[in-house]
Design a protein around this ligand. Structure first.
Ligand code: FES
Length: 258
C-alpha cells in the first residue's frame, strides 16, 4: 500500500482540544467501512511516525472524508497547524475489520457507545446504520461540557435516543456510559463501542449475555499494515495474539483480552 496525498479542506477546533479535519482526494472512494482508520504522516520534520486516526464520516458525492482528533501531544499539535489547501500524506484506509453494520436486521437494535475520541468511529457506524434503517441508540461519554461534540449530528441521523454522560455532570447526565447502559429498559441485540480500554472492558461486563458486543481497539501503532508487531493484543484465551491494525481494529469482545 502506498502513501497518497489528500488535500485539507478544513481543520478547526470543535470542542476543547478536539479538532475536525476534512480531507479530499481519490482515496476517499475506498473509505466505506466504519471503524477503519487513516495513518497520517505528521507534517513536521520532528515526527517520523504516523498517527492513526479513525474515519468519522465520508461524503462520496463531494469526495471528502472527515476525521476528528484530540490534541494529545506534539504530533497532534503539529496537525492542528495544518491549513486548507495543504496536503497530508495518508496511508489507508487501514483495518481488516470494521464495525459490521451489515449484520443487524431492521427488527434488531444496536446501541452505539463512544467515549471521548472513541466517538468519531461511532458516528460513521451510525450513518451506516441509518442508511440501512437499522434502529440504534447512542450513548456518549465525555469528561466535561467543554469536551462534548457531535450530539446534534447524531440526533440528525434519527437515533432513537442520544444520551450524553459527563464525569462532572456539567452537561447531560452525571456519570459514565456504563451507568447509561445499565439504565436501558431493553437490552439491544448489538453493542458497538469505541473508547478507552477500561471503558470497553466495563461495557463488555455490563452487557447482557445475549447481546453481541463489538469493540474497536485503539493502540499505539507503528507501520499500520501488519509488519512491525507494535499493535499486538492477546486473544481472550491468552494463547495467541492479534494485530489490531490488520486483524481489527474491531473485534467481537470475546475475541480479545481487554
Ligand atoms: Fe505494525 Fe500493527 S502497527 S503490525
Amino acid at each position: 500500500m502506498k502513501s497518497v496525498p489528500l488535500k485539507v479542506v478544513r481543520n478547526q477546533e470543535i470542542a476543547e482540544e478536539t479538532y475536525e479535519m476534512i480531507l479530499s482526494g481519490e482515496l476517499v472512494q475506498e473509505m466505506n467501512r466504519p471503524g477503519t482508520f487513516l495513518h497520517i504522516k505528521i507534517p513536521s520534520s520532528h515526527h517520523v511516525l504516523r498517527r492513526p486516526i479513525s474515519i468519522a464520516s465520508v461524503n462520496q458525492e463531494l469526495g471528502t472524508c472527515t476525521l476528528v482528533y484530540k490534541c494529545t501531544g506534539e504530533g497532534t499539535r503539529a496537525l492542528t497547524n495544518v491549513r486548507p489547501n495543504d496536503c497530508l500524506q495518508v496511508l489507508g484506509p487501514l483495518g481488516g475489520q470494521g464495525f459490521p453494520t451489515e449484520e443487524p436486521s431492521t427488527d434488531q437494535e444496536v446501541t452505539l457507545i463512544g467515549g471521548g475520541v472513541g466517538v468519531p468511529p461511532m458516528y460513521f457506524a451510525a450513518r451506516s446504520l441509518s442508511e440501512r434503517n437499522i434502529p440504534f441508540r447512542v450513548i456518549l461519554g465525555f469528561q466535561t461540557e467543554a469536551a462534548v461534540f457531535y450530539e446534534e449530528a447524531f440526533k440528525q441521523l434519527q437515533a432513537m435516543d442520544v444520551t450524553i454522560m459527563t464525569d462532572d455532570g456539567s452537561y447531560g447526565e452525571k456519570g459514565t456510559v456504563i451507568d447509561a447502559l445499565q439504565n436501558l429498559e431493553q437490552p439491544s441485540t448489538y453493542i458497538y463501542t469505541c473508547g478507552p480500554r477500561g471503558m470497553l472492558k466495563a461495557v463488555k461486563a455490563a452487557a447482557q449475555h445475549d447481546t453481541t458486543v463489538y469493540v474497536s481497539l485503539e493502540e499505539h501503532m507503528g507501520c499500520g499494515i501488519g509488519a512491525c508487531f507494535a499493535c499486538v493484543c492477546k486473544t481472550e484465551d491468552e494463547t495467541s495474539y492479534v494485530k489490531i491494525c490488520t486483524d481489527g481494529p474491531v473485534f467481537q469482545s470475546n475475541e480479545v483480552l481487554l
